[in-house]
Ligand binder design. Structure first.
Ligand SMILES: O=P(O)(O)OC[C@H]1O[C@H](O)[C@H](O)[C@@H](O)[C@@H]1O
Length: 279
C-alpha cells in the first residue's frame, strides 16, 4: 500500500502527505515554488518522526501533558485515508487504530482527523478532534510547520509585537516580545500565548510573504535550532538550520478540555505571495 498521497490543484499547485503522521512534506504553489522545508536527512521510518514538513503534535505539544513522548504520538503513527479528491485529502487516526494506552500511556478514546486542501497559493488545514470516550479529554496540540526560507538570518516574523511568550531556552519564564519584527540570529524557541489571528513570515531572499491565519489555535511557537542544536540533531544537516523556520500554530497553554461526545475544530490558512520584491 502506498505510503503517501499527492494532491493537486488545476493551477499547478501540488502537495504531498505521508500516511505516517499525516505529515505534509511538500507544498508547491502555482508558481512552482516549494514552501515547506524537509531535511535531506529526514528518516521515513516509523516510529521516528519525519524531520521537516508539518508534524502534527497530538495529544501533547512538547512536554505539555502527561505523556513521556515529546509532541505526542500522532506524528509517529500511521493514519488512514478517509477522503481524497483532487485538491483535498482527509486523513484519520482513532484510538481504536492502535494500542495507544499500552504504547504511550494514553487513556483517551478519540477520533482525530486532518484535512488538507490546496488552491493556487493557499494551504488550508483543518484539525478535528472528537472525544469518543466517557471521560473529559485534555490535550495540547500544534501544527509544527517547518517553513522553507532561503536565508533564515534575513527572514522575519511579524505580528507578535507586545505578545507574551514562554522562553523555552530560559526555563519557560514569561517575557514580552519587544520587537515589531522577530529576526533570527541565534537559537530561538518560544511559545507565544494568545496571539493575534494573523501573523506573517517574510522571506526577502526567497521573494515571498507567507500569511498565516488561524482559528481556535491561539498560541504560536517560533523555533530555529541554530548551529549547535542543528549539529546535535541527528536527522538534520549541520547547515540546514539556515533554510528553515518553524512557525507552529497550536493550543498549548492552557490545555483543551473536551467533554465526552463533543467535537473540537481548528483551522490554519497559509497564503503565500511569491516573486515579490521585499526591501
Ligand atoms: O526534535 P523534535 O522532537 O521534533 O522537536 C523539535 C522542536 O519542536 C518545537 O519547536 C519545540 O519548541 C522545540 O523545543 C523542539 O526542539
Amino acid at each position: 500500500m502506498d505510503d503517501k498521497v499527492h494532491i493537486a490543484h488545476p493551477s499547478g499547485a501540488r502537495a504531498c502527505v505521508y500516511l505516517h503522521g499525516a505529515h505534509l512534506t511538500s507544498w508547491k504553489t502555482a508558481s512552482g515554488q516549494e514552501q515547506i522545508f524537509l531535511s535531506k536527512e529526514a528518516v521515513f521510518k516509523p516510529p521516528k518522526a519525519i524531520r521537516g514538513g508539518v508534524p502534527i503534535c497530538f495529544p501533547q505539544f512538547s512536554d505539555f501533558g502527561p505523556l513521556e513522548t515529546s509532541h505526542g504520538f500522532a506524528r509517529n503513527t500511521r493514519w488512514s485515508i478517509f477522503e481524497r479528491e483532487g485538491d483535498t485529502v482527509v486523513l484519520k487516526l482513532t484510538s481504536e487504530d492502535d494500542n495507544f494506552l499500552e504504547k504511550f500511556g494514553c487513556e483517551d478514546s478519540f477520533t482525530l482527523s486532518v484535512r488538507y486542501t490546496i488552491t493556487d497559493f493557499q494551504l488550508f488545514t483543518r484539525i478535528t478532534v472528537t472525544n469518543t470516550g466517557g471521560e473529559e479529554m485534555a490535550y495540547t496540540t500544534a501544527l509544527h510547520t517547518y517553513f522553507r526560507v532561503e536565508d533564515v538570518t534575513k527572514a522575519r516574523v511579524e505580528g507578535l509585537y507586545r505578545v507574551g511568550y514562554l522562553d523555552s531556552l530560559d526555563g519557560r519564564v514569561m517575557k514580552t516580545e519587544e520587537n515589531p519584527c522577530i529576526s533570527i540570529s541565534e537559537e530561538v524557541d518560544r511559545i507565544y500565548l494568545s496571539t493575534p489571528p494573523t501573523v506573517r513570515l517574510v522571506d526577502p531572499i526567497g521573494k515571498r510573504v507567507l500569511t498565516i491565519e488561524k482559528y481556535n489555535l491561539p498560541d504560536i511557537v517560533v523555533w530555529n535550532p541554530w548551529v549547535d542544536k542543528a549539529r546535535r540533531t541527528g536527522d538534520l544537516g549541520d547547515d540546514e538550520y539556515k533554510e528553515m523556520l518553524c512557525v507552529e500554530t497550536g493550543c498549548i497553554k492552557p490545555a483543551i478540555k473536551l467533554a465526552p461526545g463533543t467535537v473540537w475544530k481548528a483551522e490554519q490558512i497559509v497564503t503565500s505571495k511569491n516573486n515579490v520584491s521585499i526591501p
